[in-house]
Design a protein around this ligand. Structure first.
Ligand code: ARG
Ligand code: ZN
Length: 876
């Protein structure tokens, strides 16, 4: 059942050109394919032609115009085999498929009556018989035939070259895509859509028409995506020298979509949640997410489409690189430190947990059962961290020149991760062979660091020891090449000291390279006792432990020249205090707040008037999430964590009530909403302050929250106020607000998703009953992935105290949904199981309950997606 990287062979037959025609019908769409096929020069003449195909009804088949007899081919559930074929030929097939029955949302399906496709990774085989693998690259010509009334708009990749009317109220459009591409980049859209249009002139003078296609009622929600697209196009020209290559670039918004978006050549298809924004319906975070995803998909035009992956094991070649590119783009257009803080906070919570769980896998896996299960945080985000390390290792100039080589050398080809790293090695002259282990070794490296200052010798000795814990299938680990960006902050001066290592002057902020299991770095001429600031900017995706005292952390929080590490020092300080409180809670001892944390927060709040980056300050004032705290515990006690964190929040609010109130009031504004860094920063700061005030049910705070909700100025403020009211213990605050919001937005599914999430993430004990109740709400549907994520996903993933109820009902509910989704949409079902797979992290009682639900799922007839995840989870 599994596919192995080591089994890779080039394709025996390749398609050079594909002519497709789709006669659309919900129950029986006719797909005619004429494939121009060639045998690989090194393959045997006797090799049969093997094409992938699933859930297709074959109506006709011919080679070079000659229909095949029954004994000349065979069809099974995986595809089509033609026993004998010439060296070069044209294959004609005709199949029928049923888009209206397609609830998996892979291949050609219907969403709100419109037709759309999702082919990555292996969806094209549900459209027609084809070698569905990324190393087969062909030019495509696509004719779409639809109903004039129901499908006035007919789109596919490339440029429209012909259109016309047909009998019976039908019409057609033919599209040609001149760039050879793998079939996973194929796309088709047909329906009653409206467009917003703009233009972009590329650096070399090409005039590009930009279109965003949406349902009519969403026409007023496209401005931000369009502006983001133009910024991204310019950025890629300026930063990577990459220009757009067709005359037309289209984005389509689709309501039912498994992921965020898809980079189909010239025709990007987006989850409507990842493209539509309006100040009244979308939060600042949503605006930023849309900007990042629009850029991500656009950047794929080079990193993914012009140069693509040889096989799906190389997925991170395009995803890691493209995530890195979109992160840098967002950092350049917003607050760079906040972007980094948010990305790392998310990474250290979710990716670290993945890397420590039963589905841990290398950034380049060596086997899989179902590739859709590998669109993971490890492939995407850890892959991006590796590319970021590469950039830092070789420096931007060599990195850019390596990137130029990569795009030039491999344009139009399907390549591997080594090809990419080789370009970087050539451009920089560096040996990156040890570095390559980052791609093959799963698990998060742990570094234990300690340092000693020798007053007499004026030396600082820093010892680093690395170890990567065993992961499934990988008991032994080798040492990695880990770049540690660092400084030594003088305790007297509060400044970065000049670093001298083995006689070499390295400046005040440098990168040291840990390559061995253990290494000691001796810094000389260190004039005063320092506190080390290590892994600045999160210079490597590792867990770094250093025995900092609380004074050290308070010192770094105040003095570190690296903004990221200042934030991290605050997080570490809070974590130490939280540790004590978690222990106190478990032992039934009275909880006492650490005054050092209060003082640290007091000085942070004092900077509110003068800081030039309020968004960073807001991050600094935010406590580590329950999920991140849990990551640090040997055994997760959800109740103790929740109680400890709530206690810290309330203690800070009580001690600093007036400061929070002043910050809130100083940062309110009536200016018209704009999703711009300065406004976003002020809103975040104000809203963080408000959260503290409401946490102690402060009268002024509650009044402000209610006013902010009622003022209805923008969704960022409204949603935040509604969350605070709903998560308070006062139903007299939450009920009226929820009712008003639910009535006002009943017509807008993306806003109703927020309404669902807010309710089911409340810490009160009725959250699970609310999930059950809301699953019957008319706005909910198990068939829509956004609804499922907003309701069930949010409950299981974010409401830790209630999902992990000791009676196991949270687990049961999740398993029930997974079992139903296993039939409807296996990809979403497999993703939804994640919280259950982490059972080893909990107490025995919960472990048993979680495993029981996993076993109940396993007893079903399972899709490969769910099977793979459940097997791994239970094999532990
Ligand atoms: N390539 C798309 C993106 O990152 C995601 C496609 C996901 N496909 C899937 N079957 N999960 O931008
Ligand atoms: Zn991507």
């Amino acid at each position: 059942k599994p596919t192995y990287l080591s089994d890779y062979r080039p394709p025996a037959h390749r398609v050079t050109h594909a002519e497709l025609s789709f006669d659309l019908d919900p129950a029986a769409t006719r797909v005619k394919a004429r494939l121009h096929v060639e045998r690989h020069p090194e393959r045997e003449a006797a090799e049969p032609l093997v094409l992938d195909g699933e859930q297709l009804t074959l109506e006709a088949i011919a080679i070079d115009g000659q229909p095949l007899g029954e004994d000349e081919y065979a069809v099974d559930e995986h595809g089509l085999t033609v026993h004998r074929v010439p060296e070069r030929f044209q294959l004609d097939t005709e199949v029928t498929i049923a888009p209206q029955e397609n609830t998996a949302l892979e291949g050609l399906y219907q969403s709100n009556g419109m037709y759309c496709t999702q082919c990555e990774a292996e969806g094209f085989r549900r459209i027609t018989f084809y070698p569905d693998r990324p190393d087969v690259m062909a030019t495509f010509s696509t004719t779409v035939i639809g109903d004039v009334e129901r499908e006035p708009v007919l789109l596919a990749n490339g440029n429209p070259v012909e259109r016309g009317t047909l009998p019976g109220g039908r019409h057609f459009v033919t599209w040609e895509d001149p760039f050879p591409k793998p079939c996973y980049l194929f796309a088709l859209v047909a329906g009653d859509l409206e467009k917003v249009e703009d233009r972009f002139t590329t650096a070399s003078g090409r005039e590009v028409t930009l279109q965003i296609w949406v349902e009519e009622e969403n026409l007023d929600k496209t401005d931000h995506a369009m502006a983001s697209l133009k910024r991204a196009m310019r950025w890629d020209e300026e930063t990577y020298g990459r220009e757009y290559d067709l005359d037309l670039f289209m984005i389509v918004a689709v309501n039912d979509f498994n992921m965020g978006a898809m980079e189909n050549k010239g025709l990007n298809i987006f989850n409507s949640a990842a493209v539509l924004t309006h100040p009244h319906t979308a939060t600042d975070a949503a605006f930023q997410r849309v900007e990042g995803i629009v850029a991500h998909e656009y950047f794929h035009n080079w990193s993914g489409n012009r140069v693509t992956c040889r096989d799906w094991f190389q997925l991170s070649l395009k995803e890691g690189f493209t995530v890195f590119r979109d992160q840098c783009f967002s950092a350049d257009t917003n607050s760079a430190p906040v972007k980094r803080i948010q990305d790392v906070a998310f990474f250290r919570t979710a990716q670290f947990a993945e890397d420590a769980g039963p589905t841990a896998h290398p950034v380049r896996p060596d086997h899989y059962i179902e590739i859709s299960n590998f669109y993971t945080l490890t492939i995407y985000e850890k892959g991006a961290e590796i590319v970021r390390m590469l950039r830092n290792l070789v420096g931007w100039e060599a990195f850019r020149s390596g990137s130029d080589r990569y795009f030039e050398r491999f344009d139009g080809q399907a390549v591997t991760i080594e090809d990419f790293v080789d370009c970087m090695a050539e451009a920089s002259g560096q040996d990156l062979s040890q570095f390559l282990r980052w791609y093959s070794q799963a698990g998060t490296p742990e570094i234990d660091a300690h340092g000693e200052y020798d007053y007499a010798e004026c030396e600082y000795r820093l010892t680093l020891r690395q170890r990567t814990p065993a992961t499934p299938d990988q008991p032994e680990k080798l040492p990695l090449h880990i770049p540690i960006r660092m400084g030594l902050v003088g305790t007297k001066s509060g400044e970065d000291l000049t670093l001298t290592l083995e006689g070499e002057q390295l400046g005040r902020d440098t990168v040291i390279h840990l390559r061995e299991e253990e290494q000691t770095f001796v810094f000389s001429d260190v004039a005063e006792a320092p506190v080390p600031s290590l892994a600045r900017g999160f210079s490597a995706p590792v867990k770094l432990r250093f025995p900092y005292g609380r004074e050290d952390l308070a010192f770094l929080l105040a003095n570190d020249s690296d903004g990221f590490n200042r934030w991290d020092a605050g997080q570490r300080l809070a974590l130490l205090a939280l540790d004590d409180l978690i222990a106190a809670h478990r032992n039934g001892v009275e909880k006492v707040m650490d005054p050092r944390v209060v003082e640290a927060f007091r000085s942070l709040l004092a900077q509110a008037d003068t800081t030039d980056d309020k968004a960073v300050l807001a991050e600094m004032l935010t406590l580590p999430s329950e999920a991140y705290i849990a990551e640090q515990q040997p055994l997760v006690d959800v109740d103790a964590i929740h109680a400890a964190r709530t206690f810290v929040k309330q203690s800070l609010a009580l001690a600093l009530r007036d400061d929070f109130l002043a910050v809130y009031e100083a940062n309110r504004s009536d200016a018209p909403y704009a999703p711009e860094p300065e406004q976003i920063g002020a809103r975040s700061l104000k809203n963080v302050a408000l959260a503290y005030l409401v946490a102690i049910e402060d009268d002024a705070g509650i009044e402000h929250a209610q006013q902010q909700f009622a003022a209805d100025h923008n969704m960022t403020d409204v949603r935040h106020a509604l969350t605070l009211l709903t998560h308070s213990s006062r139903d007299d605050l939450s009920d009226p607000a929820l009712r008003a919001f639910g009535e006002k937005w009943a017509h807008d599914p993306l806003v109703m998703d927020q309404w669902f999430s807010i309710q089911v993430t409340r810490p009160q004990s009725d959250a699970l009953e609310r999930v059950r109740f809301l699953m019957d709400h008319p706005a909910f549907s198990l068939k829509n992935p956004n609804r499922v994520r907003a309701l069930v996903g949010a409950f299981a993933g974010q409401n830790r105290v209630n999902f992990h109820r000791p009676d196991g009902q949270g687990y049961q509910l999740l398993a029930d949904v997974v079992i139903e989704l296993n039939r409807l949409n296996p990809e979403i079902a497999a993703r939804l199981i994640t919280p259950l797979t982490r059972w080893q992290r909990f107490d025995e009682g919960r472990q048993e309950l979680m495993k029981r639900e996993l076993e109940r799922i396993r007893a079903e007839e399972l899709s490969p997606n769910v099977y793979e995840v459940v097997e791994k989870a239970l094999a532990q």
